[in-house]
Design a binder for this molecule. Structure first.
Ligand code: ADP
Ligand code: MG
Length: 461
C-alpha cells in the first residue's frame, strides 16, 4: 500500500477510534503511527509501551471492529509494536509529507491568487511574452518591453509604444503585466484602456455631493499601484479637465517611482488634442515603434498559431496567407482563424486551394494562365513546352508535366477538365498527376522546394 494511501486509511481509522473510544484512551491512540496494512493486518507502532498494553488489553475488540468497518474486510486485525526509533522516523516521514502537501496547497493558492490578480488587473491571458512571436519588426520593442517587465521603473520610464493598429501594442503591454504579477505577486498592476479611464473620470466627477470622496477613490484606483498600463492614449479626450487629471495621475505615479507604460497609434507630437505638458511627459522616457511584420515573422506567426491550436497547414497554405495579409497581425490572425475554422468543420486538409477558397483573395491570379505555368515549369526542368504537352514517358519530362498540372490546379483553380483540354490528356491522367504531386510534396523536400521555386518564378510568392 502506498504511504499516502496507508496514511489515509489510518487517518480514517484513527478518527473513528477517537470518536468511539472513551477519552481516557485518546492519549494512547494519538501517538500511534501506521507502518503497514498487509493481509488485513494493520501494523501500528508506538513509542509508549504502556499505551500498547492498555489498548490491547482494554480495547482490542473495539479497535478491530473499527478497522473492519473502515477496511470493509471482515478478517481485519491489528498489531501494535513498541519501537521508539521506528516511531520517530515515521514521524519524520509524516512531517516531510505534510510539508509537501502544504507546499502544494500553497502553490495552488498562489496560482489562484495569480489568476485573481490577472483578472483584477484587467489582463487578457493570451497576451503573454511566450505567445508573442519575435521578428525583425518587433524585436527592439520586445526587448525593451521585456526589460521593463524585469526591472520596472528603472531604465525606461515612461515607456511609450506606438504603431499602427493590429501590430501587437496591447499584447506587448499586457505581457508586462502578466510577467510582473508572476515574478512578483506583491506588485500591483493596472491595465486600462484610455477610454475606460476617461469614462471613469467623467462618471466620478459628475456625481455632485460625493465629488471629493469619489475623486479620492478615483485617484487611489489609478495611483495606488506599481505599474500602470494605459492603452491607446490617442483617445484621450481633449477636455481640459481630463487632460489635467491624466497629468495628475502621471505625475503622482512618476514621482513615486512607479512604472508607466503607454501605447498609441502614433507619436505624442502627432496627437493633436494632447496638451504640450502631457506631450512632453510622454516623450520623456523611451518611445519604441512596432512596424508591420516581415514575411518570415508572418510565416512564424501562422505556424505558431497552427501548432498551438493543433492544426496542420500545408507549407504553401501558410505562404499564401502570409503573402496576402502582410500589414496587420490582427488580420493575419483573422485569416488563420477563418481557414482553420473551415477546415475543422469540413474536416478537409489545409491546402493552398482550401486557403484560397476560404479567403477568396486573389494574388495576381489573372496573370497566371495555364500556358504561363507550362512555360515557367518547362524552363525550370529544362524541357520544352512541346515535350511537356507530349506523351513522352521520359522521367524528367513526365516529372515536369506532373508538376505543371499540379501547380495549374493549385494556382488557377481551373477544373481538371480544362487542364486536360490544354494538355490533350484524359481527365483521370490529370487527376492522377495532381494527386501524385500533392502527396509527394509532403514527403519529398526536394519536390516541395521545386514547387516553391517555380511559384517564385511565377511571382506568386
Ligand atoms: P494593437 O494593440 O497594436 O492594435 P494587438 O496587441 O491587439 O494590436 O494585436 C492584435 C492581435 O495580433 C492580437 O491577437 C495579438 O495577440 C496578435 N499579435 C500581434 N503581434 C503578434 C506577435 N508578434 N506574435 C503573436 N501574436 C501577435
Ligand atoms: Mg491595442
Amino acid at each position: 500500500m502506498e504511504i499516502l494511501e496507508l496514511n489515509n486509511l489510518w487517518g480514517e481509522v484513527k478518527a473513528k477510534l477517537i470518536s468511539e473510544l472513551p477519552e481516557n484512551a485518546h492519549p494512547w491512540i494519538n501517538p500511534l503511527e501506521v507502518t503497514g496494512y498487509d493481509n488485513g493486518v494493520l501494523t501500528l507502532v508506538t513509542g509508549q509501551m504502556m499505551g500498547r498494553d492498555l489498548l490491547k488489553r482494554n480495547y482490542y475488540q473495539s479497535i478491530v471492529k473499527v478497522i473492519k468497518s473502515v477496511t470493509k474486510n471482515p478478517d481485519s486485525d491489528f498489531v501494535i509494536i513498541f519501537d521508539e526509533n521506528a516511531a520517530k522516523s515515521l514521524k519524520k516521514e509524516n512531517e516531510r509529507l505534510q510539508k509537501k502537501v502544504n507546499a502544494a496547497i500553497q502553490k495552488e493558492q498562489a496560482m489562484e491568487n495569480l489568476s485573481y490578480m490577472q483578472s483584477a488587473s484587467n489582463l487578457n491571458l493570451k497576451y503573454k511574452f511566450e505567445n508573442f512571436v519575435v521578428g525583425k519588426s518587433n524585436e527592439f520593442a520586445y526587448k525593451v518591453t521585456k526589460s521593463v517587465a524585469e526591472n520596472p521603473a528603472s531604465k525606461y520610464n515612461p515607456l511609450f509604444i506606438y504603431g499602427n493598429s493590429g501590430l501587437g501594442k496591447t499584447h506587448l503591454m499586457q505581457a508586462i503585466g502578466h510577467y510582473t504579477i508572476f515574478k512578483n505577486p506583491k506588485l500591483k498592476v493596472k491595465y486600462t484602456k484610455t477610454e475606460d479611464y476617461v469614462n471613469d473620470f467623467i462618471s466620478n466627477s459628475r456625481n455632485g455631493i460625493d465629488t471629493v470622496e469619489n475623486m479620492s477613490k478615483f485617484n487611489k484606483k489609478y495611483t495606488n499601484i506599481d505599474i500602470i498600463l494605459i492603452d491607446d492614449i490617442q483617445f484621450l479626450e481633449s477636455k481640459k479637465k481630463t487632460m489635467a487629471q491624466m497629468q495628475h495621475t502621471f505625475d503622482t505615479l512618476y514621482n513615486k517611482g512607479k512604472q508607466i507604460v503607454i501605447t498609441s497609434d502614433r507619436l505624442p507630437k502627432d496627437i493633436p488634442t494632447l496638451t504640450s505638458a502631457l506631450c512632453s511627459r510622454f516623450e520623456m522616457g523611451l518611445m519604441v515603434e512596432l512596424t508591420s511584420p516581415d514575411k518570415q515573422t508572418r510565416v512564424d506567426i501562422i505556424k505558431k498559431l497552427a501548432k498551438d491550436n493543433s492544426f496542420v497547414f500545408d507549407e504553401d497554405a501558410v505562404e499564401y496567407i502570409a503573402d496576402n495579409f502582410s500589414s496587420n497581425v490582427r488580420e493575419l490572425e483573422g485569416a488563420f482563424n477563418r481557414v482553420s475554422a473551415y477546415a475543422d468543420v469540413s474536416s478537409e486538409p489545409i491546402t493552398l486551394s482550401l486557403a484560397k477558397k476560404v479567403l477568396n483573395c486573389s494574388i495576381n491570379e489573372k496573370e497566371i494562365s495555364i500556358p504561363k505555368i507550362a512555360e515557367v515549369t518547362s524552363k525550370y526542368y529544362e524541357v520544352t513546352t512541346e515535350e511537356l504537352k507530349s506523351s513522352s514517358r521520359n522521367q524528367k519530362i513526365s516529372m515536369a508535366r506532373h508538376m505543371a498540372i499540379y501547380l495549374t490546379r493549385e494556382l488557377t483553380g481551373q477544373s481538371f477538365v480544362s487542364i486536360a483540354e490544354y494538355y490533350e490528356k484524359k481527365h483521370p491522367t490529370i487527376l492522377f498527376a495532381y494527386e501524385k504531386i500533392q502527396k509527394d510534396i509532403k514527403i519529398n523536400k526536394k519536390m516541395a522546394a521545386a514547387a516553391r521555386e517555380i511559384k517564385q518564378a511565377l511571382k506568386v510568392i
